[in-house]
Write a new protein. Sequence first.
Length: 206
Amino acid sequence: METFSSRLLQAAVEEFSRLPGIGRKTALRLVLHLLRQDEESVARFSEAMIRLRQEVVYCRQCHNISDQDLCEICRSPHRDQSLVCVVEDLRDVIAIENTGQFRGLYHVLGGIISPMDGIGPGDLNIESLVNRLEEKKDSIKEIILALSTTMEGDTTNFYIFRKIKPFNVQVSVIARGIAIGDELEYADEVTLGRSIVNRTLYENIK
């Protein structure tokens, strides 16, 4: 382990290295970069992080990260209220939005069913999706399942399909064959966009 001449420097490096994908060498580079900035820039950085933690909320309807009780996407009068795309987390919302191919709403599960990791249906925002369908059963016409094409993703798709089957709503899944990895986050925008446009009925993939 590195030996630092300053305990403050060491403490900062240790905090940065706690971030996902950030090793100690990268953490040191980031800390040294901040040290080269003027105090005002570092203060803005610190304030942004503090406000993020203290003020960010989750949309009461779709569970997307938001600045208000209802996120901008759910509030927008230009979105198609009849389409709801079910995704794992915020990264998937960003990936799909970047394609420009989807103008509906979202429902963020907050993960996928993974018994190996101790994550069950009760740990996800699945029941709130059912409640959402009950409240808006006359306006929601289609649920698009846009989860990763892994065993866990398929298990979650199946569980959700069974839960919402009693509702008169079409259930579809994004087309398979995402080129860059199984996670939506890593799919290129063109391929992901096409997979949404060319989605298929869930019942047809079984």
